[in-house]
Design a protein around this ligand. Structure first.
Ligand code: HEM
Length: 447
């Protein structure tokens, strides 16, 4: 069984045969792969589109388009396409990093129970990997199946595992803790709730169906019972594939097209920005893996929505309508190059000095870059009546000390957007490389 990750023309795909199955499920459900479609202006990137970005995808399904039939038939076709679409669990990289964002995400972190140690951790990761591989091809879980997703296809399910700093001491692996896992510094205006961040084991579950994602979370949580206890959990969403007439980068809850200027797999140096290299600063077991920075960032939406659109645009430095950088000609679209020197008719900078894209740009941060793959959340109202809503910021990178930290240090001081944000939780995790067929995620660390 072959499962690879490849990058072609800016398009990253994890290829697998349709008959791929987890161990023991070889040749199980014939399925459909979900394929990134480039051509979105600018995104050039479907994989890893940023905050709230829609998964700009097409499916290898002829029945996804109306084909002259009724709207009902078209809807039925689209639904059939989303259900069977699947992404391989096994591969060089873990799934859920380079894959298009799904419509739903469940994030969770667990703390290892006392006395579990290295062997107990290995057993849990073997169990989780086996089950995640089954669910990724639409098979029921092998243990603790709960019927939540009965009848639903895998819906592009991905399960991505990460390791927090605390795991290494608890599992007797302190000498293998990567240097990149050092705690993030405190940033000005941080208001972090430790109970909603950090954790020894991190899981990101993405799927185009909420029930499929929750099914996976419940199964993995029950399998961990006695070994690792749930520490925090968060639910997020992005645009559902097919919701826009043309694939495009998605929007966040501020209404901005978000994810445009992510590093693209077709660019030189992409892998070096996002993945850890063999023989680099990080331990050998993490080669081919990555680091993930998580921030739960609440948006002060009542304040934001009170701003006129032209002022909102100046806060980011891009137009809301099409995501084009300020100063670009009408119709330029989100892929138009950013000209930080462009001036308006009044001679002032088109992209203001405190605009988010100016302050966050790699050029302003010694080349610091990361692959943003965040999801929106909306969890009801706070006691003061304001929305408890914002961005589950997720950024994959080769080393947070050279990616997230310098950029956030700068943003926390000079970014016009920060007036409308509250960072309320945080976590940083080492994301091991993917598991080969027959292997499990974390094997390079534990065996
Ligand atoms: C709720 C919080 C945030 C919102 C709403 C937000 C929104 C946006 C938007 C709309 C863009 C322009 C489109 C794009 O290129 O993706 C952008 C760009 C970017 N953001 Fe954020 N962002 C947030 C937080 C952060 C954080 C915490 C970081 C990193 C510490 C960050 C780093 C970046 C970077 C590197 C870019 C690309 C800049 C460029 O090169 O053009 N953002 N963000």
């Amino acid at each position: 069984m072959k499962s690879t990750t490849s990058t072609t023309n800016g398009k990253s795909t994890r290829n697998s045969k349709n008959t791929e199955g987890p161990e023991g499920v070889e040749g199980s459900t014939p399925g459909f792969t979900r394929r990134a479609l480039l051509g979105t202006a600018g995104a050039g990137l479907v994989v890893g589109a940023g905050a709230g970005a829609a998964a700009a995808v097409v499916l290898d399904r002829p029945d996804r388009s109306p084909s002259g039939g009724s709207a009902d038939a078209a809807a039925a076709g689209a639904a059939r396409g989303l259900g069977p679409a699947r992404l391989p669990f096994h591969g060089e990289r873990q799934s859920g990093i380079l894959d298009p964002q799904q419509a739903r995400v469940q994030l969770a972190a667990f703390d290892l129970a006392g006395g579990v140690g290295r062997d107990g951790l290995r057993t849990l990761l073997q169990r989780w990997s086996r089950t995640a591989a089954r669910m990724a091809v639409g098979e029921p879980a092998d243990e603790f199946e709960n019927q939540i997703a009965l009848d639903a296809g895998p819906c592009s399910l991905t399960v991505t595992f990460g390791f927090g700093a605390g795991l290494f001491d608890k599992a007797g692996l302190a000498d293998r803790r990567p240097a990149g896992l050092e705690p993030l510094p405190a940033f000005p205006a941080d208001a972090l709730d430790p109970a909603r961040g950090d954790g020894d084991l991190f899981v990101q579950i993405g799927a185009d169906d909420a029930l499929v994602a929750v099914h996976a979370l419940r199964v993995l949580q029950r399998q961990a019972a006695g070994t690792a206890a749930l520490r925090w959990q968060a639910s997020g969403f992005a645009r559902t594939p097919g919701a826009t007439p043309n694939p495009m980068t998605g929007r966040n809850l501020m209404g901005q097209v978000d994810g445009t200027n992510n590093p693209k797999p077709s660019e030189d140096g992409f892998a070096a920005k996002v993945f850890c290299a063999a023989g680099g600063e990080q331990p050998a077991w993490l080669a081919g893996g990555s680091f993930l920075v998580f921030r739960r960032i609440r948006m002060l939406l009542d304040n934001w929505e009170a701003l006129p659109v032209d002022r909102q645009e100046r806060v980011i430095g891009r137009r809301k309508s099409d995501g084009a950088p300020l100063g670009a000609p009408d119709g330029a679209g989100e892929s138009a190059p950013v000209d930080l020197g462009a001036q308006g008719a009044d001679g002032a900078l088109a992209i203001p000095s405190d605009a988010h894209i100016r302050v966050a740009a790699p050029a302003a941060n010694g080349g610091a870059a990361m692959l943003r793959r965040g999801f929106s959340y909306h969890d009801g109202l706070l006691p003061d009546g304001s929305p408890d809503a914002g961005l589950l910021f997720l950024a994959f990178q080769a080393d947070p000390r050279k990616g997230f930290t310098p950029v956030q240090r700068k943003l926390s001081r000079g970014d016009g957007l920060s007036r409308f944000l509250r960072h309320e939780a945080s976590g940083v995790y080492a994301v091991p490389p993917g598991a080969p067929q027959g292997g499990y995620v974390g094997q390079t660390l534990l065996d």
